[in-house]
Design a protein around this ligand. Structure first.
Ligand code: ARG
Length: 463
């Protein structure tokens, strides 16, 4: 007889139950109950396979199947009593199964271990999140493409060093983010494909002596194939790390855009008006409309990066195969996934609802000598002046305009000639911002025609 307080799943070797603090540090049920559906799916696949290979009887498999469905419905309805003494989701489910169906429940754990079980459950969970991220990214990309299409020819300042550089188009700026999120999407798809191998049947670390069929369980769970090395399978958390790295890069993109929206929605810029639905007010300053959603998206990146770093640190010193350290993987991934999905949805909502302020964008586009490069290029093209000399002349003209508090197109031909004899009236044909953007027809350039071509390409990709 074992001590009543010792663990009912392995009590045979133990004379006493754990200290309360041991139980507190050891238990993962507080968070891994989020993998209940995956755990039950894995167990159902495993039981069906054990019956198909003759390891357990069909009757036992049927009882297990029925019992697991009952457990699942109890969990879904909220009536399931989770127990910290039973440590984790795997043992909570199995112990309840035993209460419901009795003896056959004890046969479920044949030829498997919690080590391959947890790796399988967690992979299934992470895989669902890759799918959710794919959906979120596609929706966000679509919202950006719609914005780009609506404002393909709206001029705005393009910046380097956050100093006015050259005029660009609103559509071009939106499509820059489409490219970034498009790469995130391809990273999501790559990582999902790479991780889609089933650890189930790797057992504790060495495989099993039972004649199991790992192809069968892999297929039943939607994996492409079983993993090829049992030691690797139970100790690998690359899939979680790839998830967090992909999430981190995407969160970084989200954060950069969020930062732009914070700047753009300020009274000083007025490039964009965020909708009331994605803004908040101030409890003291009645005039305020704050871009809180953008700020929070900008902040989320911190915890997502943090999760990635934390799990890297957990994994980096672990000898093969499983160590309990690895239980620390889940909270990091759960938190990062929740916040990534939320940030994607919030960004999609903001982008859909926001209004680009065409007039403010255009007014800003013309300021800051944004067509200086066009002036220099004109001298190269028409006067055959070497670019370096044209750059110098243009610099002198900018200084002149700045001194007078006017913009380049406001200088007279005489002013221009005083700096460079050869300049003609024709120079004024390139100095407007519209002319400037229209001339940037190189592939991938900011000309509205180029932007529209990219919009069309993406619409085809989005289907
Ligand atoms: N709760 C554990 C985890 O999340 C399950 C695996 C336990 N395996 C073991 N050998 N103690 O990692």
């Amino acid at each position: 007889m074992t001590d009543k307080t010792s663990n009912q799943m392995w009590g045979g070797r133990f004379a006493a139950g754990p200290n309360a603090i041991m139980e507190a540090i050891n238990a993962s049920i507080g968070f891994d109950q989020r993998m209940a559906a995956q755990d039950i799916a894995g167990s159902r696949a495993h039981a069906a396979m054990l019956a198909a290979t003759g390891v357990i009887t069909d009757n036992d498999a049927e009882a297990i199947r029925e019992g697991l469905l009952t457990v699942l419905s109890e969990i879904e309805s909220g009536s399931f009593q989770f127990s910290t003494a039973l440590e984790d989701i795997h043992m909570n489910v199995e112990a309840r199964l035993k209460e419901i169906i009795g003896e056959p429940a004890g046969r479920l754990h044949t030829g498997r271990s919690r080590n391959d079980q947890v790796a399988t459950d967690f992979k299934l969970w992470v895989r669902d999140q890759f799918d959710a991220a794919e959906k979120g990214l596609l929706a966000l990309i679509k919202a950006l493409v719609d914005q780009a299409e609506a404002g393909a020819d709206w001029v705005m300042p393009g910046f380097t060093h956050l100093q006015t550089a050259q005029p660009v188009t609103w559509g071009h700026h939106m499509m820059a983010y489409v490219e970034m999120f498009g790469r995130d999407l391809s990273r999501v798809r790559d990582a999902r494909k790479r991780m889609n191998e089933s650890p189930l049947g790797s057992a504790a670390l060495a495989g099993t002596s039972f004649p199991i069929d790992r192809e069968m369980t892999a297929k039943a769970l939607g994996f492409d194939r079983p993993t090829a090395n049992s030691l690797d399978a139970v100790s690998d958390r690359d899939f979680a790390l790839e998830f967090l790295s992909v999430a981190s890069i995407c969160a970084m993109h989200l954060s950069r855009f969020a930062e732009e929206l914070v700047i753009w929605s300020s009274a000083q810029f007025r490039f964009v008006t965020l909708s009331d639905r994605f803004s908040t007010g101030s409890s003291i300053m009645p005039q305020k409309k704050n871009p809180d959603a953008a700020e929070l998206i900008r902040a989320k990146v911190g915890r997502i990066f943090g999760a990635n770093t934390a799990l890297m640190m957990v994994m980096k010193g672990l000898p093969l195969a499983y160590s309990k350290d690895m239980q620390e993987d889940k909270e990091q991934v759960f938190d990062a996934a929740d916040n990534w999905m939320l940030a994607l949805a919030a960004m999609e909502g903001m982008v859909k609802d926001m209004t680009g302020n065409r007039e403010s964008l255009a007014a800003a586009a013309g300021s800051g000598f944004s067509t200086a490069t066009d002036l220099a290029d004109w001298m190269v093209r028409v006067l055959k002046v070497p670019f370096r000399d044209a750059h110098h002349v243009t610099g002198a003209l900018v200084a002149m305009a700045e001194g007078r508090g006017v913009d380049l197109p406001d200088l007279s031909l005489e002013d221009m000639k005083s700096v460079h004899e050869g300049i003609t009236e024709d120079i004024f044909t390139v100095l407007g911002v519209e002319k400037s953007v229209n001339s940037r027809m190189s592939y991938g350039g900011t000309a509205p025609a180029q932007v529209r071509a990219q919009v069309a390409r993406w619409k085809e990709i989005l289907g």
